[in-house]
Ligand binder design. Structure first.
Ligand code: HEM
Length: 368
């Protein structure tokens, strides 16, 4: 190669380098040429600090662990791609809660059937009053309140059980279409009739609370099982005995709890009972989370609502039995309001004495 050819080649190379530099500087906007980003990308990093191709598994692990970002749309919960507590919630609801709940209801029914077979119907020991006299047990307002609460509770209990167990029990019998329609209308009924139940328990509370304050006589009554298991045993009792006080408080406290958790499910985000409840429990020594998302609040409300509902249904099955088939003369109290005088003396002796001392001859009525 001649000297002049070498000079031409070097000139061409220098020109190409200058064109390349000029182009790159124009593209990056920097006369000093920022090569750091390009170098970083070759190391697996992309500009801006995102993980890029470096750690897909790290990123998805964080998403699966419930990492929450920010979003500009109104639904702020959308900032969380995966709420993994849902897995635990679904497993608890479809697993132990459903299974033990179903077993609990079956055991309640079997226990009542066994009680009926062993004890039989509890009769009025001395027979109905020979002169057919009765005494007013519940007035019209009390009976209306009882049946408002009772009828609404029965609809709520059946439609609630359908939500929990319908797909296993009714769907195979009715087929998917009829079951879907039933569940749709049942859910609507559940949401609206809940307000009749709420009214019922509020009225019940004000009408009967003063007769349901626990006292030492209740301990005596409980000690002999209320005489329910032994013929000829009739522990003295005021207007409500210990068993009835237990039913009353179960209905009031259970009803209030169902109301709160039910309203939280109807208005998610507006009513969030759990963070506050946990804060109170923490003061008593628990260590529960007090910063809960709307979804976590809702999941806890579903579990609690189902649990309290199941316990109440089991207890009320027992109440319905003893108030109807199980005890002669009891149903009159909530039907006509007038109970047989001998029935009243056997089951609520102190109350009868109190009524008898009242001016109107104890509101007793002669036989019709
Ligand atoms: C068909 C269903 C029902 C029947 C046959 C029935 C029957 C009775 C009877 C006979 C009494 C009066 C007991 C007495 O005179 O001392 C009574 C009272 C009462 N009922 Fe019901 N009841 C039914 C459903 C319900 C339901 C669903 C609830 C609540 C969810 C309820 C709550 C109460 C309460 C709190 C009392 C007063 C406390 C007591 O006597 O245990 N009842 N019921």
């Amino acid at each position: 190669m001649t000297w002049s050819n070498i000079r031409k080649l070097a000139g061409a190379l220098a020109l190409s380098l200058m064109v390349a530099y000029g182009g790159a500087a124009a593209l990056t906007g920097s006369p000093a040429l920022d090569v750091a980003q390009a170098q970083a990308q070759t190391g697996g990093q992309v500009p801006g600090g995102a993980s890029g191709a470096l750690s897909q598994s790290e990123m998805w692990r964080a998403v699966r662990g419930g990492i929450t970002g920010t979003v500009s749309i109104p639904d702020k919960q959308a900032g969380q791609l995966v709420q993994s507590d849902g897995d635990v919630w679904r497993a608890a609801k479809n697993g132990p809660l459903s299974q033990f709940g179903g077993i609990f209801l079956l055991v309640s029914i079997i226990a009542i059937a066994a009680f009926y077979l062993i004890r039989g119907k509890i009769r009025i020991e001395h027979g109905p009053d020979p002169q057919g006299r009765t005494i007013e047990r519940f007035n019209a307002l009390e009976r209306a309140t009882h049946w408002l609460t009772a009828s609404s509770f029965i609809v709520l209990g059946l439609t609630g059980l359908n939500v929990s167990y319908g797909r296993y029990v009714l769907k195979p019998i009715l087929g998917p279409d009829a079951f879907a329609a039933l569940t749709y209308y049942g859910k609507l009924a559940h949401n609206y009739i809940a307000f009749a139940f709420i009214l019922g328990i509020v009225m019940m509370f004000f009408l009967w609370v003063r007769h349901n304050i626990p006292g030492w006589r209740d301990v005596k009554w409980l000690a002999v099982g209320g005489g329910l298991f032994t013929k000829g045993v009739h522990p003295e009792s005021p207007r409500f005995n210990a068993g009835q006080k237990i039913v009353f408080w179960l209905v009031i406290l259970g009803g209030a709890s169902l109301t709160l958790s039910g309203l939280a499910l109807m208005f998610p985000g507006d009513i969030q009972p759990w963070a506050g409840t946990f804060a109170i429990l923490n003061k008593l020594g628990a260590s529960l989370p007090t910063s809960l998302s709307i979804l976590q609040e809702t999941q806890l409300s579903v579990l609690w609502h189902s649990l309290v509902g199941l316990v109440m249904i089991g207890a009320i099955i027992g109440h319905i039995y003893i108030g109807s088939l199980g005890m002669e003369g009891a149903i009159d109290a909530v039907a006509s309001g007038q109970v047989d005088l001998n029935w009243a003396k056997e089951h609520h002796s102190l109350w009868v004495e109190e009524e008898m001392t009242k001016g109107d001859a104890g509101r007793t009525q002669p036989a019709a």
